[in-house]
Ligand binder design. Structure first.
Ligand SMILES: Cc1cc2nc3c(=O)[nH]c(=O)nc-3n(C[C@H](O)[C@H](O)[C@H](O)COP(=O)(O)O)c2cc1C
Length: 237
C-alpha cells in the first residue's frame, strides 16, 4: 500500500486550545497509522503576513511562490504552501464567526490566491490530484454558508472533493460555549462526524489516486477560461 500524506490545517486563532483543533486532532488520531503520513499545521502558530493583493494591481504579479514568500524571510506561509503541495489529502478546519470562516482561514485563502492564479492567469496547474475536505465548528449556525465559500475557493485551486466533503457541528445557540467544549470532548456522535470526514477523504484518495495495478491518477484540468476575456480586451497580453 502506498503511503498517503494527509495534511490538516487548523485555522482557529485559539490554536491548540481550540475546539476545531481538538476535533481535527481527534479525527487524525483515529486514522490508522498504516500507510498514512499525518501532519497538522496550527496556522495560528505561524507568522503569516496578510496578502498584499498584488493581483489587484496587475493579475500577472500574483505568482507562485508568492512575492511575500520570495521577499520576506520572516513570513511562514511557505510551510502551508509546501504542506499542501506535498499532500495527497488536505483538510482545513475552521470555526464560524458571524456566519463566515475564521479571519485566519481568509488570510490563508488570499495567500493561496497564488496557486489559483497559477491556473487562471499563468496557465500552470500546480495543485492537482489532491483530495480536499473541511471541518467546520460553531455554536449556533452558518456552516452551510462556510462550506459553500470554502468549496468554491478550493475547487478553483484544484482540489478534488469526495461526496460529503465537509463535516460540521454547531452547539445549542444558548451562549453556553463551555457546554460545547464538554460535548465535543465526550460525545462520541460529535467526534464521529469529524472522524468520518477524515476517513472518507482518505478512503476516497485511496480509491481514485492509486489503482491496484500501480497506475497513479495524473489528471490536469484545462484552465484557460480567463484567456478568452483577456484576449478580447487585450489588457494583459
Ligand atoms: C466573534 C464570534 C462570532 C461567532 N459567530 C458564530 C456564528 O456566526 N455561528 C456559529 O455557529 N458560531 C459562532 N461563534 C461560536 C464559535 O464558532 C464557536 O465557539 C467555535 O466552537 C469556536 O471554535 P474554536 O474553539 O475552534 O475557536 C462565534 C464566536 C465568536 C468568538
Amino acid at each position: 500500500m502506498k503511503t498517503l500524506k494527509i495534511l490538516g490545517v487548523c485555522t482557529s486563532t485559539r490554536g491548540k486550545l481550540s475546539n476545531t483543533y481538538h476535533l481535527l486532532k481527534t479525527a487524525f488520531d483515529h486514522l490508522s497509522d498504516e500507510g498514512l503520513d499525518k501532519e497538522i499545521i496550527v496556522a495560528s502558530e505561524l507568522r503569516l503576513r496578510p496578502c498584499d493583493h498584488h493581483y489587484s494591481i496587475n493579475a500577472k504579479m500574483c505568482v507562485h511562490p508568492c512575492l511575500i514568500t520570495r521577499m520576506d524571510a520572516e513570513d511562514e506561509m511557505k510551510i502551508i504552501y509546501d504542506g499542501i503541495l506535498a499532500a495527497d489529502v488536505v483538510i482545513f478546519s475552521t470555526p464560524i464567526y458571524w456566519g463566515n470562516h475564521s479571519q485566519l482561514m481568509q488570510l490563508i485563502i488570499e495567500r493561496l490566491n497564488s496557486l489559483e492564479n497559477a491556473n487562471s492567469v499563468h496557465h500552470e496547474v500546480i495543485v492537482k490530484n489532491k483530495i480536499g475536505a473541511f471541518m467546520i465548528l460553531g455554536h449556533e449556525d452558518g456552516y452551510q454558508h462556510v462550506a459553500g465559500s470554502l468549496m468554491n475557493f478550493f475547487t478553483e485551486i484544484g482540489l478534488i472533493f469526495p461526496p460529503q466533503a465537509y463535516g460540521a457541528w454547531v452547539g445549542e445557540s444558548d451562549e453556553d460555549t463551555l457546554a460545547d467544549r464538554n460535548r465535543i470532548e465526550n460525545d462520541p456522535d460529535i467526534k464521529d462526524v469529524f472522524i468520518d470526514v477524515a476517513q472518507n477523504a482518505v478512503n476516497f484518495a485511496r480509491s481514485i489516486l492509486e489503482c491496484p495495478c500501480g497506475h497513479r491518477l495524473d489528471y490536469e484540468h484545462v484552465s484557460k477560461k480567463k484567456v478568452y476575456s483577456f484576449n478580447k480586451t487585450n489588457k494583459i497580453a
